[in-house]
Design a protein around this ligand. Structure first.
Ligand SMILES: C[S@@+](CC[C@H](N)C(=O)[O-])C[C@H]1O[C@@H](n2cnc3c(N)ncnc32)[C@H](O)[C@@H]1O
Length: 352
C-alpha cells in the first residue's frame, strides 16, 4: 500500500516556497495555516522558546507557549526561510532583560544564561545553513563518502542544479538490511541536501526510518510491475538512485521499470558498478551484454543512433530520452532529456 496522500500539504507548499508573496499566501490559505504550521514545526524540531506564527492577522503560539523567550514571524516568512533560505522581513525576538544589579555585568549575563543559545538554535533551524554533502554523509552514517566509496564529490557536481528545486527523490536501498532500526543514512542526507525535496526510500526489508520529508516503501527492486506502480503513484521523480541489491539482473530490471518515471531533466544513478565484473553477482569480467555496465555502455551508442541508422529516425524510447551519461569509478549518472539531433548526411559515412 503506497501512502499517496502523504505529501498533500508538503508538495504544493514546497513548490510555492519560492513563489511571489501573493501566490504563497494563496497556497497557505488553500492548505490552511494550521496544516502549514504543522509542517514547519515537524521540520524545525523541539526548542525551549515560544514561536509565534502570524497569518492573515491571526497569531498562534507554538513550541513552549508559556516561555518568555519569544520568536515571532509571519508564517509565509517561516516557509520561505525554511525551504528556500530567504531572509526574514517580519522577525521579532523578545527575551527577558533584567536590570544590572550588584553582581554587575557578569551577573547580568549569568541571569540570561542560555537565552542566546535557545533563540539561536530556533533561528538556525528556521534558516538552515548550506551543508557540504561529504560532511553530511559522514555525520548521518551513509558510506557514500570516506568509507568504501567516494561518491559525494560526483553527486555534488551532478545534483548542483537541482539542489534548491522542489525535487522528488527515490533511492533503492535504505540500508541496515534485516534490522528495521538500522539504515536511513542516505535518506536523511538527501532530506538535508534537498531543502525542498521529498525523499522516498525503497527496501526489501521493513524499515523504521522517518523524517518530515522522508517516506519509506517496502518492496522488491526486481519486481518490475511493482516499480511501475510506485512510479505512477509517487513519481515522476527528478532523481532515482539504485543502491539496492547490486545484482546485475535487478539493476537492469529496475532501470527499465523506473527510467520512464524520471522527469525530463532528471537523473538516474547506479552505484556500486563493480558488481558488473563479478560473476557471482551476475556480472562478467569483460563488463559485457547482460551486465549492468553493459546496459549502460549500450546507452553510449544509443546517444549516437542517428549516425548509424536513419539520420532523421526517432530511435527507440530509450534512445530518444537519454540525453547524456557520465561514468566515474563504480558510479554512473544517466540524464533524462531529448536526444533528437539529426545525424549527418548518409553519403559521408562512405566517403573514405
Ligand atoms: C547498501 S544498503 C543501502 C545503503 C543506503 N543507500 C545508504 O547509502 O545509506 C543496500 C540495501 O538494499 C536492500 N535490498 C537488498 N535487496 C533488495 C531488493 N531486491 N529490493 C530492494 N531493496 C533491496 C537491503 O535490504 C539493504 O538495506
Amino acid at each position: 500500500m503506497l501512502d499517496t496522500a502523504r505529501w498533500t500539504v508538503l508538495a504544493p507548499l514546497l513548490q510555492a516556497a519560492t513563489a511571489g508573496p501573493d501566490l504563497l499566501d494563496t497556497t497557505i490559505r488553500g492548505l490552511t495555516p494550521d496544516a502549514v504550521a504543522a509542517e514547519v514545526l515537524k521540520e524545525i524540531g523541539e526548542h525551549e522558546v515560544r514561536l509565534d506564527l502570524t497569518f492573515d492577522g491571526v497569531t498562534t503560539s507554538h513550541l513552549r507557549p508559556e516561555s518568555d523567550l519569544v520568536v515571532a514571524l509571519d508564517l509565509a516568512d517561516a516557509v520561505r526561510s525554511l525551504y528556500a533560505g530567504r531572509p526574514w522581513s517580519s522577525l521579532a525576538v523578545s527575551t527577558p532583560n533584567p536590570e544590572v544589579d550588584d553582581n554587575g555585568i557578569g551577573g547580568w549575563f549569568a541571569a540570561r544564561k542560555g537565552v542566546p543559545q535557545a533563540v539561536q538554535g530556533l533561528l538556525s533551524a528556521l534558516r538552515p545553513a548550506r551543508e557540504d554533502l561529504g560532511e553530511l554523509a559522514v555525520e548521518l552514517g551513509t558510506d557514500k563518502w570516506g568509507d568504501l566509496h567516494w561518491y559525494t564529490q560526483h553527486y555534488e557536481r551532478h545534483f548542483a542544479r537541482l539542489r534548491t528545486e522542489p525535487v522528488r527523490v527515490l533511492e533503492i536501498g535504505i540500508g541496515g538490511y534485516d534490522d528495521p532500526d538500522r539504515g536511513g543514512g542516505s535518506l536523511r542526507m538527501w532530506e538535508r541536501y534537498f531543502r525542498r525535496g521529498l525523499v522516498h526510500g525503497l527496501d526489501i526489508a521493513h524499515k523504521n526510518v522517518a523524517g518530515p520529508r522522508i517516506m519509506t516503501v517496502r518492496g522488491d527492486q526486481s519486481d518490475a510491475e511493482f516499480l511501475d506502480r510506485l512510479g505512477r503513484e509517487l513519481g515522476p521523480f527528478d532523481v532515482v538512485i539504485d543502491d539496492g541489491s547490486h545484482l546485475n539482473d535487478h539493476v537492469r530490471t529496475s532501470f527499465h521499470a523506473l527510467f520512464p518515471h524520471v522527469r525530463s531533466g532528471g537523473l538516474y544513478v547506479v552505484e556500486d558498478l563493480q558488481t558488473a565484473y563479478w560473476p557471482s553477482w551476475g556480472g562478467h569480467p569483460g563488463g559485457t551484454d547482460g551486465t549492468s555496465i553493459g546496459m549502460l555502455k549500450s546507452f553510449v551508442d544509443g546517444l549516437n543512433h542517428s549516425e548509424v541508422g536513419d539520420p532523421r529516425g526517432a530511435g527507440s524510447d530509450l534512445q530518444r530520452t537519454i540525453s547524456g551519461i557520465s561514468f566515474h569509478h563504480n558510479i554512473a549518472f544517466v540524464e533524462k532529456g531529448t536526444n533528437a539531433e539529426e545525424g549527418g548526411p548518409v553519403f559521408l559515412r562512405t566517403l573514405y
